[in-house]
Design a protein around this ligand. Structure first.
Ligand code: C2E
Ligand code: SIN
Ligand code: SIN
Ligand code: FE
Ligand code: FE
Length: 391
């Protein structure tokens, strides 16, 4: 290729790079696009983006190990990436194994054989160190100075987008965490294993939503909003909520209000997820035939999200232990729900439950065998146990 064509090709690749990174706002997707494009543009075999975790004093990157994705972490200052992050200078290495800075651990973990490495710092808008851009194993020969210039340009272009996506990701995470913790508070008093019930019913809701033909984004929203379905139970007295026996009709009338209380707490929220949670809270005990509560809505008048979540919630309520009942087998729970298809439950959602039952059971096993998350350690189980003692 002539010099001129070479330049034109690079320019169009840069323009394409700019367009592609501008179109992706999620950090995961952005990092994937960047790695793939940079690899192509530089004719390298691999590209890794290392990001600084200032809190832990580490750099992290995602690597594909076979079909799995893993997050690898290296201390700031260690390895080539660590050196670049610490000093802010670029590094161009012709033979990695002869360079004392090279950390062979990553190769050992991935089974990869690094030869040439070109690494430049990645900076945000105000010059703040965000991480390191690394390309490995150029297809022919060592990386050149021109490659370095190009990688610096790509790093500059990518930096501000990565910074924005990181801020957005932090915000999204803290928002989801807050929602999840609110939900834990609500069910804290009446269940043996609140965290697991919420995680299971949340997973089931997502699976059912996908099966109902909703988009991945809609299913994810439902998955995150679903744990709040019973938030209104915070307003129900212990004497009812924790009663280890059947409720009297009066008590049950009081209990039914948890749907409206929940909706009142969430209604008119700014957050899309909280507004969705309000719909789910108010609709999750409506029956498909119009005999449910609180409004006796019928069929499609009940929001689709609530019709989905109610199947997930009842399936999990039946198949797990409650203060007032033992756990049913999953087969009995499925049978019960199928018998009530069209009466209590939307027949389409019930059909999806049957269709995706293996997937549902797998999600259930995964959540049951999962290590109890940190948040569930914080308030110890006996605090809750005391609530059961009569005063
Ligand atoms: P929950 O324990 O989360 O149960 C959610 C829904 O799952 C129930 O809505 C019901 O549709 C279904 N479900 C759960 N366990 C059983 C069961 O043993 N048999 C049958 N047929 N269905 C079951 P529901 O009935 O509207 O109850 C709403 C909430 O009211 C329950 O939430 C629970 O917190 C409370 N509750 C209902 N019945 C009793 C009871 O007899 N004693 C106590 N202490 N609480 C009850
Ligand atoms: C390092 O920065 O030393 C690790 C290089 C690699 O990505 O293999
Ligand atoms: C959460 O853990 O934030 C909600 C449950 C889920 O991951 O689906
Ligand atoms: Fe409920
Ligand atoms: Fe529930």
């Amino acid at each position: 290729m002539g010099r001129r064509q070479e330049l034109e090709k690079r320019q169009s690749l840069l323009a394409r790079f700019g367009r592609m990174i501008a179109a992706e706002s999620h950090l995961d997707g952005l990092l994937m696009i960047i790695a793939e494009e940079v690899r192509n543009i530089l004719g390298a075999d691999r590209c890794s983006v290392f990001l600084v975790d200032g809190y832990k004093g580490e750099l992290w990157t995602k690597v594909a190990l076979g079909l799995e994705e893993k997050i690898l972490r290296i201390p700031l200052g260690q390895g080539i990436a660590g050196f670049v992050a610490k000093t802010g200078s670029a590094v161009n290495i012709r033979d990695a194994y002869k360079d004392t800075r090279f950390a062979q651990d990553l190769d050992r973990i991935t089974g990869y054989q690094t030869r040439t490495v070109l690494a430049v710092p990645l900076r945000g808008r105000d010059g703040k160190a965000l991480g390191v851009f690394e390309v490995l194993n150029k297809s022919r020969g060592p990386f050149t100075e021109e490659d370095e210039g190009l990688l610096r340009i790509l790093a500059t272009m990518a930096g501000s987008f990565i910074e924005t996506a990181t801020l957005y990701e932090d915000l999204r995470r803290s928002h989801l965490e807050t929602i999840y913790r609110m939900a834990l508070v609500a069910e804290y008093r009446d269940q043996e294993d609140t965290g697991r019930h919420l995680r299971r019913m949340s997973r089931f809701s997502g699976i059912l939503a996908l099966g109902m033909g909703l988009s991945a984004q809609e299913a994810e929203d439902i998955r995150y909003a679903a744990p709040l379905h019973d938030i209104g139970k915070v307003a129900i007295p212990d004497s009812i909520l924790r009663k280890p026996a059947k409720l009297t009709p009066e008590e049950f009338e009081e209990m039914k209000k948890h749907t409206v209380y929940g909706a009142k707490m969430l209604i008119n929220a700014e957050s899309r997820l909280l507004r969705l949670a309000a719909k789910i809270a108010v609709g999750h005990h409506e029956w498909y035939d119009g005999t449910g509560y609180p409004s006796g809505l019928k069929g499609e008048a009940i929001s689709l999200e609530a019709r989905i979540v109610t199947v997930a919630d009842v399936f999990d309520a039946l198949s797990s232990k409650r203060v007032y009942k033992g756990a049913w087998t999953v087969e009995d729970a499925l049978k019960y729900i199928e018998e009530r298809s069209g009466r209590q439950f939307d027949p389409q959602v019930v059909a999806v439950l049957r269709e995706r039952f293996p997937e549902i059971l797998q999600a259930r096993d995964e959540e049951n065998s999962r290590m109890v998350a940190d948040e569930e350690h914080l308030p110890s189980a006996d605090v809750r146990g005391n609530g059961a003692q009569p005063a």
